[in-house]
Design a protein around this ligand. Sequence first.
Ligand code: OGA
Ligand code: MN
Length: 233
Amino acid sequence: MTLLIRVSKQLQRQSFKNPLLYRLLSESSALRKGPESKEECTWLYGSSQEILSLVRGHVEVRQNFISEEEENALFKEVETALRKKRYEFDHWDDAIHGYRETERLQWGVTCESVLRRVRAVAFPEGSPLLGPIHVLDLDKEGYIKPHIDSVKFCGSTIAGLSLLSESVMRLVPENKSTDWVDLLLSRRSLYILRDEARFKFTHEILKEEESFFSGQKVPRHRRISVICRNLPV
Ligand code: OGA
Ligand code: MN
């Protein structure tokens, strides 16, 4: 599955010291739509208002998208397959460090109903989906380097559930690597990257030492993501 992604040419990490930080205001009219509008500003943070307006409508984090019971059911279903594998740490050129992964096509009743909900909120109706669901298990020390998912194999939308740990996903525009947008991926949340945010920005999951959101430490534990993708049209 790591074949599906390509590491950004800009692996060079910029210095993020003393950036001008802007938080999206909850009063922002663009965010007033939808039942979760009050909460939205708590998960989005960026280097400028301009960059935030570029991703607005193309990124979404739905906190508490799944219940603890559903998280448990998903965990149980993927853990057996994951435990048979070892975390990969050694390949310096891998886009992902400290991970193991699996794919799953058939799910039990509880998990299937969660996935149905993910599909319903994340993907355009009728959009053909990648059959198997990608399950990525990041060790506490694991992280994902900046990359863009392959446009050959994946379509306009990426939707991921976060199990076991919160983390920070950073988006950086491909053509302007001094700008950035951080998404706080709380435990049991669903994130969705669409169109511009998926094609024009690299995404990454920050490593423990760099895992801060809006100046606040976001402790990293083992984290499992369950990722749904659609097919290119
Ligand atoms: C990937 C990826 C993000 C996540 O596997 O391409 O970006 O939430 N994963 O694990
Ligand atoms: Mn990716």
